[in-house]
Design a protein around this ligand. Structure first.
Ligand SMILES: [Zn+2]
Length: 337
């Protein structure tokens, strides 16, 4: 099978590798669509993300969907020909965090496209059967792949307690900000405001239901007509984190989704005076059923985010699409053409 391999920073090549065999509890998936994530771009540019360093050739891509080609001997309930969305992290399912249901915090997680685990820019991948989620026909391959970033938005809103009547501020209108916006509305939020410096992304946020948008270069988050009770911080940009927290109403909840670096200044006095809750999120747990339902029911539109399509030979081009074009939101790779 053909595979796109990152050999070192800015060094990507298509190679032939033997097609993997599924283990007893695994399925072999013929990959249909793979979304490109900021983390893929970061690995391509720098060969590392924090403590994760690309030392051996690595296959990128962790937002994937496809069709089951083969099932392992012990797999029940899945069959060849079924379309699935791939949940790209497989925990050990035996540690105390896994047993408590928080498998995203499993210290032994094996996650796609995170050294040394290969990802999905590949004609075929093997997936643990519990993490290959069947999708109905109304969810296309691109949307099925984007259930992964949608899961980040679902998890963030669950952590934030977004509910009927919530007023939500989202800082950062990248793909995760835009799915968090749609999820907040689906959870019953009535006023969702989105801030970003990219005008085309703000326009898309309004199209997707944001009641207001803010460009922080020309307006302040303090001037919102009504203070939000939820902040979903999706930019990772330190001033946005601090300004977003400062904008919250009393007893508000801030969920930090964007990667902001190891240490960032926070408005501590405001957190104390207003009894704010600030929490992190790390990936997601048990979100696929909700994500599938929201998309199948038309409450979240993932296809609206897709701005480009590339083959396996064009992964390098796809990884640079965001830098080339400010209208780019989410580009998809189709390893089987
Ligand atoms: Zn575990």
């Amino acid at each position: 099978m053909r595979v796109s391999v990152l050999r070192a920073a800015r060094d990507l090549a298509v190679e032939d590798r033997p097609r993997p065999e599924p283990g007893a509890h695994e399925v072999l998936v013929r990959v249909g669509s793979v979304g490109i994530c900021g983390s893929d771009v970061h690995y391509y540019d720098h060969g590392r993300i924090g403590r994760f360093v690309v030392e051996d050739p690595l296959v990128l891509g962790h937002e994937a969907s496809g069709t089951i080609e083969e099932v392992g001997s012990a797999v029940e309930g899945l069959r060849p020909g079924q379309r699935v969305s791939v949940e790209p992290g497989v925990p050990d399912l035996t540690c105390s965090q896994c047993l408590a249901g928080r498998y995203n915090l499993c210290p032994n997680m094996r996650f796609f496209a995170t050294p040394p685990v290969d990802g999905a820019f590949s004609e075929y991948v093997v997936v643990h059967s519990a993490f290959a989620h069947p999708v109905p026909d109304e969810i296309g391959d691109d949307a099925a792949a984007l259930l992964e970033p949608l899961s980040v938005g679902v998890w963030a809103n669950q952590k934030a307690g977004t509910t009927a009547g919530s007023r939500v501020l989202i800082t950062g209108a990248g793909p995760v900000g835009l799915v968090s916006l749609q999820t907040a509305l689906a959870f019953g939020a009535v006023e969702v405001t989105v801030s970003d410096i990219n005008p085309s992304r703000l326009a898309l946020a309004r199209d997707l239901g944001a009641i207001a948008t803010v460009d922080p270069r020309s307006a302040s988050l303090d001037d919102l007509s009504k203070a939000p009770d939820v902040l979903l911080e999706c930019s990772g940009f330190p001033p946005a984190i601090a300004d977003g927290i400062r904008a919250l109403d009393g007893a508000g909840r801030a969920v930090l989704v964007g990667m902001g670096g190891d240490e960032v200044p926070l408005p501590l006095a405001r957190i104390q005076e207003r009894e704010l809750t600030v929490t992190g999120t790390f990936r997601y747990a048990n979100t696929w059923p909700t994500a599938i339902s929201l998309v199948a029911a038309g409450r979240v539109d993932l296809d609206r985010l897709v701005t480009g399509h590339y083959g396996l030979d064009q992964v390098e081009d796809a990884l640079q699409a965001g830098r080339r074009d400010e209208h780019s939101v989410k580009v998809m790779v189709h390893p089987n053409g």
